[in-house]
Design a protein around this ligand. Structure first.
Ligand code: CAA
Length: 261
């Protein structure tokens, strides 16, 4: 076991096949300082290499998922340093992870917190969660996907409204516009996210990662290219033992026994 300063990491689920990362800087509303983000990257990399893990849940606490990048850390940061250090670039570890990540959001998901949630594959929220891109209030703009991912899920008008007003929206609104897929009572969010993670982890991990890659491509490319790529990935599942096992188990009216190869 590895000890971290700003996050708590455990394995959840009956079969301990769901990784849980809890952001743990409660006094700063889980502001995403550099160290916290590198700890998330490390924890994700460990889960990525752990064959037992089939999905990961990222959560915060009841008050805050995360209130954004750390403003205290950024206050005196010179432009040249942001460029030299490629500031915030390590956040891509989240969107680059091959295993599915579910965000379980309670409280504030603001700025980088909202962006972190949107980097995850699925977002579950508690009834009192708030999502927003308040960077404009402090003289900057979203720097980890806020101006890009909201447009793709919710369209230009909602993205402009959120990014230009800086005002947060409720969990229910976030669900209506597609940022969130389900809303639960606050105390149920993590439990439900872990349950979904367990369901995902019960499938072939190999096929799950192929499926995730295919869905993600819909963000990146034209429909024609995406459909072509999907077809090729679909074909590639026929090179796996798990595809044969899944279909054979169906025909034999039994549960499949996947071996992730
Ligand atoms: N960075 C650093 N510290 C933060 C923080 C942040 N983003 N958000 C909150 N904190 C700190 C506060 O400074 C405060 O610390 P002190 O006790 O040392 O003063 C502590 O957390 C508690 O915060 P508040 O007293 O402000 O709590 P509140 O309940 O009154 O307000 C809030 C909650 C509305 C979320 C408010 O904290 C807030 O507006 N936070 C900033 C939100 C924001 O602007 N986020 C965007 C950051 S920029 C960004 O994320 C760039 C990007 O795209 C990646």
């Amino acid at each position: 076991t590895h000890s971290y300063r700003h996050i708590l990491v455990e394995k959840k689920g009956e079969k301990e096949n769901v990784g849980l990362i809890q952001l743990n800087r409660p006094n700063a509303l889980n502001a995403l300082c550099d160290n916290l983000m590198s700890e998330i990257a490390q924890a994700l990399s460990k889960f990525q290499h752990d064959d037992a893990i089939g999905a990961v849940v990222i959560t915060g606490n009841e008050k805050a998922f995360a209130a954004g990048a750390d403003i205290k850390e950024m206050q005196n940061l010179p432009f040249a340093d942001t460029l030299k250090g490629d500031f915030l670039n390590q956040w891509t570890a989240v969107s680059d992870c091959k295993k599915p990540i579910i965000a379980a959001v309670n409280g504030h998901a603001l700025g980088g917190g909202c962006e972190l949630a949107m980097m995850c594959d699925i977002v579950y929220a508690g009834e009192k969660a708030k999502f927003g891109q308040p960077e404009i209030n402090i003289g900057t703009i979203p720097g980890s996907g806020g101006t890009q991912r909201i447009v793709r899920v919710a369209g230009k008008s909602r993205a402009m409204e959120m990014c230009l007003s800086g005002l947060p929206i409720t969990a229910q609104e976030a669900q209506q516009i597609g940022i969130v897929s389900r809303v639960f009572p606050p105390e149920k969010v993590v439990e439900e996210a872990v349950k979904l993670g367990e369901r995902i982890a019960s499938h072939s991990k190999l096929i799950v990662s192929i499926c995730k890659e295919s869905v993600n491509l819909a963000y990146e490319t034209t429909l024609r290219e995406g459909l072509h790529f999907e077809k090729r990935l679909f074909h590639s599942t026929f090179a796996t033992r798990d595809r044969k096992e899944g279909m054979t188990a169906f025909i034999e009216k039994r549960k499949p026994c996947f071996s992730d190869c």
